[in-house]
Design a protein around this ligand. Structure first.
Ligand code: CA
Length: 529
């Protein structure tokens, strides 16, 4: 651990020197730093399932100290922000049934360990956002138990349902937003063990806000809102108010209150619905995960369909932007390939390195905050295991393949889909490994303002299999434009439209660029006026 931290500090020292140039001029804030201040919500994010990431104490379970000790790895990869999946005491391995919103799960360490992670991450310029499971609690949460037992304070913290209420379909099964079991009926969209909180109760709203402030006070930079479209579900709204409006109204209030408390807070929501639906959440959150784009990238990289990729993307962005309410708001997309609820890219693309590389290249050149799911940079596999040995989504959340004693082994029943995967160290040593694509492009984003903050303007080539776009940033006196071109086909393409020589990235290596783009490759040029 100590060795890694020393190396990291030394690297930062060197980076500081090179940023100042070779002459001994007084240090000036570089444009990179200036932009970081101006756009505090733009970062390269990395999604971590704490239980599976890195074990520091030999019990086989990932923990906070494991993340702290491996911050140098994340810095080197080019990560600027972490989304930690639920860290609180909970009823299950996944954590989405919280028992105490003010605590941390004992498997992951102590609150002091978590605070140290926040401090150390801050020192290396990595922000941390945490999963906020605010739609529902675990059914063993004291609030729910007291509510069930008719405690006067907590009774109305959940939605207890009159079985004759026509807003509910009383099928008795979860998924219908109700659950009754053997006791009284209550709303619970996902599971009987996850009763929905009642957001019509002002005490609930206030408590949810207080919890967020508590974590911000500790140093958390923002939240990933779980199930943001379900906070008001069927039957949970005031009669006559549409579910969508209730959710948007609440989230707007929540965001405004948090911004008053901490202006730079970043809120990204999970609204796993159609694009037209989650577009509307841009009026109430900074970002909504772009599920439609994830599917577009995966089908394009697989070769199945890349028709009009860039013009479809532009249409998505204008849809998000049109939903922003204030002219000062900046649209920040949240692109990703796959998350913890989906089969991993390496599984669906059968480990095809060319396709995985292209998918990574497509993700990491886009506007917004790209979210890389831990282990994606290694080409880790993982699919849902349909109840085999009682295992379901666990096998989408398998141990990060360190290949040494940092590796977790908490899931003894899990099929190990990564048994033959080259370890991190193997991939670091192999210049052709997928890891280097992620590392190169995440770092390029950090160093290239147009790539990180720039707008998006499609350039339509004469062949649909060549898809390109410009990214331009204009900020005060600074201006930069880059062009990105993907070749989705199995044959090379000779550029006739463009003859740029300032190549920032090429799949085959910058020195290999000769005016043509190889099959399944990506080029990034800097465009000079
Ligand atoms: Ca551990």
């Amino acid at each position: 651990m100590k060795k890694g931290l020393i190396v990291s500090t030394f690297l930062i020292f060197l980076m500081g020197l090179s940023a100042c140039g070779k002459t001994q001029v007084p240090p000036m804030p570089s444009i990179i730093d200036e932009l970081k201040q101006a756009f505090p919500r733009h970062d390269n994010y990395y999604q971590i399932f704490v239980r599976s990431f890195a074990d520091s104490d030999g019990d086989g379970i990932g923990d906070f100290n494991g993340i702290t000790e491996n911050l140098p790895y994340l810095v080197e990869l080019g990560v600027e922000g972490l989304w930690l999946m639920p860290i609180h005491p909970s009823m299950s391995y996944h954590g989405y049934d919280v028992l105490d919103y003010y605590g941390v799960h004992e498997d992951f360490g102590t609150l002091e360990d978590f605070e140290r992670l926040l401090e150390e991450a801050d020192k290396v310029g990595i922000k941390i956002i945490i999963d906020y499971v605010l739609n529902h609690t675990g059914s063993q949460h004291p609030w729910f138990i007291q509510s069930r037992d008719n405690d006067p304070k907590y009774r109305s913290w959940y939605t207890w349902i009159n079985s004759s209420d026509p807003r509910y379909s009383l099928t008795g099964s979860w998924g219908q937003n109700i659950w009754h079991g053997s006791g009284p009926y209550y709303a619970g969209y996902f599971s009987p063990s996850m009763p929905d909180l009642n957001f019509n109760n002002q005490d609930v709203r206030e408590e949810i806000l207080n919890i967020a402030k508590y974590w911000i006070d500790l140093g958390v930079h923002g939240f990933r809102l779980d199930a943001a479209a379900h906070i008001y579900g069927q039957g949970e709204t005031v009669v006559g108010t549409p579910v969508l409006d209730s959710n948007l109204d609440y989230l707007m209030v929540f965001r405004d209150q948090l911004r008053q408390y901490y202006p730079d807070v970043y809120i990204v929501g999970e609204v796993w619905e159609d694009l037209s639906y989650y577009s509307m959440f841009y009026r109430s959150m900074d970002s909504a995960f772009n599920f439609a784009l994830a599917d577009m990238i995966m089908t394009s990289a697989s070769g199945a369909s890349y028709f009009n990729y860039t013009t479809r993307l532009a249409s998505q962005y204008s849809s998000f932007t049109s939903n922003l309410l204030e002219p000062t708001e900046i649209m920040i997309d949240a692109p990703f390939l796959r998350n913890h609820d989906q089969d991993r890219p390496a599984s669906t693309l059968n480990g095809d390195i060319n396709k995985l590389r292209l998918a990574a290249e497509m993700l990491l050149v886009l506007p917004g905050n790209p979210f890389v799911y831990y282990g994606e940079e290694l080409g880790m596999k993982g699919i849902k295991t349909e109840g085999t040995n009682g295992i379901w989504d666990e096998t989408r959340r398998l141990p990060f393949v360190w290949g040494d004693d940092r590796q977790t082994n908490w899931c003894t029943q899990c099929v190990d889909y990564n048994a033959t995967l080259p370890t991190l160290q193997d991939q670091v040593n192999d210049p052709n490994a997928l890891y280097h694509v992620y590392k190169e492009l995440l770092n390029l984003r950090k160093e290239t303002p147009a790539l990180k903050y720039g707008n998006f303007e499609p350039y339509v080539f004469d062949l649909n299999r060549i898809q390109g776009f410009f990214r331009t940033l204009e900020y005060q006196n600074y201006s930069q434009t880059v062009m990105v071109v993907h070749n989705f086909d199995s044959s090379a393409y000779v550029f006739t439209d463009f003859a740029f020589d300032d190549v920032l990235y090429y799949t085959k290596g910058i020195a290999q660029y000769d005016g043509t783009i190889a099959p399944l490759s990506t080029i990034i040029f800097e465009v000079h006026a």
